[in-house]
Design a protein around this ligand. Structure first.
Ligand code: CDP
Length: 243
């Protein structure tokens, strides 16, 4: 959207018709890349991301080898045609940062000590972007790891939330932000948990919110996360069901 809209919420409805606590339609598929050890595609509305996992396998370069555990390495990128203005191919600062936080979040759940000296490579590729891509990618990566049979403490699950304004400029917390809200909203927050032990593994914010607003948004995001988690488990189980 080129110019700032007069409002992002009016009469209780966001620009795409959702209410504050509504998330976009979520679609999850596993095993989408046959050559990978594990893979998944996750769509949150128009945001579509594929993750592929390779490993555990031998780690190169050798100086990164850790004798007591595996390295979880992540590479996030967006396809040139995934955004409105064609993105310059290849990773820039933003992509390096997202790769780093993705690897850190996943490292906190993977039982890396089971694979000393190895690497688990996670590739996250955004094929269509409508905001919240790092969180959608993290969800896809978490499912791809499970699909690859990598032992984990549990799944990482994430949802974004943000602060959007009405026609009078009053701010409201909303869950699962999409592009106009990310671009024009007063705040957006990427939030992910290690679901089983309820530990926060990623939390990044742009903008400003009060503590009360933060907690309100987090509460809504936790509900969305519960739903997302169930969908993730369903997608993983579905794969192994015999019909
Ligand atoms: O995607 P995420 O919200 O995790 O990260 P961001 O850096 O806050 O980017 C927000 C959104 O801006 C992306 O999801 C894309 O929709 C858009 N974007 C873009 O249009 N062109 C870029 N080069 C980078 C991001």
């Amino acid at each position: 959207m080129e110019t700032k809209p007069d409002y992002l919420i009016k009469g209780g409805k966001r620009l795409d018709g959702r209410k504050l606590a509504d998330w976009r339609e979520i679609s999850i598929k596993t095993g989408v890349i046959e050559n990978a050890d594990g893979s998944a595609q996750v769509d949150f509305g128009k945001t579509k991301v594929i993750a592929a996992v390779y490993g555990p396998r031998e780690l190169h370069p050798r100086h990164l080898v850790m004798s007591d555990r595996a390295l979880v390495r992540a590479k996030y990128d967006m396809l040139s045609f995934s955004v409105e203005d064609r993105k310059r191919p290849g990773p820039g600062r933003r992509e390096h940062e997202i790769s780093k936080v993705t690897a850190e979040a996943l490292s906190s759940v993977v039982l890396t000590e089971k694979f000393p000296r190895a690497v688990i490579d996670v590739f996250v590729t955004v094929i269509q972007a409508d905001a919240s891509t790092r969180i959608t990618g993290l969800n896809a990566a978490s499912i791809a790891l499970a699909d690859a049979g990598i032992p984990m403490k549990g799944l990482v699950v994430g949802v974004t939330f943000g602060k959007i304004y009405d026609e009078k400029g009053k701010g409201y917390m909303a869950v699962d932000v999409f592009k106009p809200e990310d671009q024009w909203g007063q705040a957006d927050i990427a939030y992910a948990k290690s679901y089983n032990d309820n530990k926060v593994v990623l939390l990044q914010m742009d903008g400003d919110v009060t503590k009360e607003e933060f907690l309100k948004g987090k509460e809504m995001a936790d509900k969305a996360m519960e739903y997302t988690y169930k969908e993730m488990v369903k997608a993983l189980k579905g794969k192994y069901e015999v019909d």
